[in-house]
Structures are given as structure tokens and as C-alpha cells.
Design a protein around this ligand. Structure first.
Ligand SMILES: *Cc1c(COP(=O)(O)O)cnc(C)c1O
Length: 360
């Protein structure tokens, strides 16, 4: 059985080297006679796994000392509530930029806890671009400013990170964390569900500046309180042990490949092959404004639903899997995270060229 090229938006493809390493350690982790899934999270083996995962993540992302790294559960969606309950607590207001379904859900949660100002939105353009931001419209005394850096469903990414001055910038980076070097100091907090570019579902990474911890509302559930989680080394209860272990292997894989600058270069090369083809194709096109185009999620359409369906089915037969667009936007979407090799994108474009010849 050979592996397919899996273009799923998430849970997404993982590096084959990581899967093989995990397979080799599946029944006996480093001679301790048990699987990582079976060991106590309070034991020294697992403490070693979580400590190493954190240290490697800190090294590859250059996370400064004054930021905590938390390994949590509940997915990125749990953070939609955790963020306002921990941070919308001084002036009880926050600015949000509305760029699609994930900000819509985050805004709805935040509204339960205070005043939400939507300072910009691209809803009128069906979220096919990142809206222009005018700092004059930002709320000066907002508790935080919230963005989704890469919009997984539409395939948009911020061309640059907004400057929010003294207002902490909070970023849902679920689908582009680790895809390129970023300056962590520009953010008050970064969070990401693991199942796009980190590892298996069930793990959410939170990277938060220490001075933002400890301000939660009184009635916050204990497990959502960043202070509780930070004090307990992300083990206020049983953490998602196996997901943390795999994430650690992925961090190590990135480090061994040369780090985030190397990831960025490969990701740029992969995306260029696909966008260049789309921009010259007579059949397929990208609906996304050039300046906002994501390197991670690349939606495309033929403009004909029947033809889209035929393409997705024939691609799957060739081992090019999960190319269906999100159910709310239709068409196709190729998610080409770190673990998607260049050859996968080349194979996709070769098949698109073939399909174009036969169907135009
Ligand atoms: C997938 C995704 C989410 C939702 O993640 P869950 O882990 O399912 O809660 C939120 N935000 C972004 C940007 C995503 O890509």
C-alpha cells in the first residue's frame, strides 16, 4: 500500500518520517516497555516528552522567555471562549477583524463577555481577501485585538501583521503556524489547533505573554484559566499525551529540515507552482485576491459544479485525495501544509493540466 497525496485541510497529512518513527516506538517507547498512550502523564518518561516538545517549539519559533507555552485541549474553538474569559476583563471590549467562518464563531463567543467592535470585514467580498485596516478605527482602550492570520476555508492570509500598538494582538494561527518564521513579540497571544500544521487533533497550542495571564473572570472553568494551566505545566488534568508526543516529533522534524525559514522557502515554491498554473489556466481559476493568497490553503474552481465534481472524483482515482472545497464555498481546495511534499503539488498540477486538455 503506497501513501496517497492527501490535500485535506485538517486533520491533515503528517510527515511520513514522523509516522514511521512513531510506528517504531508504538509498543515500546525507548525501552520502557509500554506505548506513550499507556504511560502515566506524571511519570518521568512523559515529562521528558512534553519538556522536549516545548523546548523544540521554543527553539524553532524563537519564543521569548516571557511567553508561556501551553498544551491544551478543546480545539481552536475552545479558545474562542477562553480568550474573552481570560482577556476581555479590564475594559470589557475587544476589536475583531471579520475574515470568515472562524472569526464569526469567535465573535459570537466574545459577545457573551463584553463589547465586540468589528473594525473591518470582508464579508461583502465573500471573504476572498483580507480587508484593509485603518488604525484610526481601532479601539484605543480595547483589551485585545483579534485576527485569524490564515483563513483555512477561503485561502486568505494577512499580507502583513497589523500594528496594534499597546493593545495586545491575539491570533488564531491554526492553519499557518510553523509555515514561516514569525516575530512572536508582535503578538500578545497565539493559538492553534494542532490538526493542520502540527500533529493530530486533540491538542491546542497556546503561546501567551506572561503579563496577560492571571486576569480571568471569576467564574471561568478551571481548565480554561491560563493561569491554572501555566502553574500546572499544562497538566491541570490529563493532557492529550499522544498528540503532544507526535507534535514533539513534528517539531523535531522541522528542526532537522533546517527550521521555519526552510519551511517557508518550500511552502513558497509549492504555492507558486499551483498559483502560476491557476493564473494561466483556461479552465481553473483562483477566486482569491492576489495580495491575500494563502501559501497553505489554495481554493480553485472551474465555474461549473458538475466539472468540479468530475475533477475531484478523477483526481481521487489518481491518488490525489481530499480536494473538495469546504461545504460552504464549494469548488476545490488543495491544502499544502509543511508535510505536503513538493512532488505532491507537482503531481496535482500535472493532473490538472491533463484534465484541462480533456475538458475544455
Ligand atoms: C480548523 C480551524 C479552527 C477550528 O479548529 P477546531 O480544532 O476544530 O476547533 C479554528 N480556526 C482556524 C483558523 C482553523 O483553521
Amino acid at each position: 500500500m503506497t501513501r496517497v497525496y492527501n490535500f485535506s485541510a485538517g486533520p491533515a497529512t503528517l510527515p511520513e518520517e514522523v509516522l514511521k518513527k512513531a510506528a517504531g516506538e508504538m509498543t515500546d517507547y525507548k525501552g520502557c516497555g509500554m506505548s506513550v498512550m499507556e504511560m502515566s502523564h506524571r511519570g518521568k518518561e512523559f515529562q521528558g516528552i512534553i519538556d522536549e516538545a516545548e523546548a523544540t517549539l521554543r527553539a524553532i519559533m524563537k519564543i521569548p522567555e516571557n511567553y508561556k507555552v501551553l498544551f491544551l485541549q478543546g480545539g481552536a474553538s475552545m479558545q474562542f471562549a477562553a480568550v474573552p474569559m481570560n482577556l476581555m476583563t479590564k475594559n470589557k471590549k475587544a476589536d475583531y477583524v471579520h475574515t470568515g467562518q472562524w472569526t464569526k464563531k469567535a465573535i459570537a463567543e466574545a459577545k457573551k463577555h463584553g463589547e465586540v467592535n468589528v473594525v473591518a470585514s470582508s464579508e461583502g467580498d465573500k471573504f476572498t481577501r483580507i480587508p484593509e485596516l485603518d488604525p484610526a478605527t481601532f479601539t484605543k482602550d480595547a483589551d485585545y485585538f483579534y485576527i485569524v492570520t490564515n483563513n483555512t476555508i477561503y485561502g486568505t492570509v494577512y499580507p502583513q501583521i497589523p500594528d496594534t500598538g499597546n493593545v495586545p494582538l491575539i491570533a488564531d494561527m491554526s492553519s499557518n503556524i510553523l509555515s514561516e518564521p514569525i516575530d512572536v513579540t508582535k503578538f500578545g497571544m497565539i493559538f492553534a489547533g494542532a490538526q493542520k500544521n502540527i500533529g493530530p487533533a486533540g491538542l491546542t497550542i497556546v503561546i501567551i505573554r506572561e503579563d496577560l495571564i492571571g486576569n480571568a473572570v471569576k467564574n471561568i472553568p478551571i481548565l480554561l484559566d491560563y493561569q491554572v494551566q501555566a502553574k500546572n505545566g499544562s497538566m491541570a488534568n490529563t493532557p492529550p499525551c499522544y498528540s503532544i508526543y507526535i507534535a514533539g516529533l513534528v517539531f523535531q522534524w522541522i528542526k532537522e529540515k533546517g527550521g521555519l525559514a526552510v519551511m517557508q522557502k518550500v511552502n513558497q515554491d509549492k504555492a507558486k507552482i499551483l498559483y502560476d498554473y491557476l493564473d494561466n489556466s483556461k479552465l481553473f481559476k483562483s477566486p482569491i485576491e492576489r495580495l491575500s493568497r494563502s501559501l497553505m490553503n489554495v481554493p480553485f474552481v472551474t465555474g461549473n459544479e458538475e466539472l468540479d465534481k468530475k475533477f475531484i472524483a478523477e483526481a481521487a482515482e489518481k491518488g490525489l485525495k481530499t480536494l473538495k472545497g469546504h461545504r460552504t464555498v464549494g469548488g476545490m481546495r488543495a491544502s499544502i501544509y509543511n508535510a505536503m511534499p513538493l512532488e505532491g503539488v507537482q503531481a496535482l498540477v500535472a493532473f490538472m493540466q491533463e484534465f484541462e486538455k480533456e475538458n475544455i
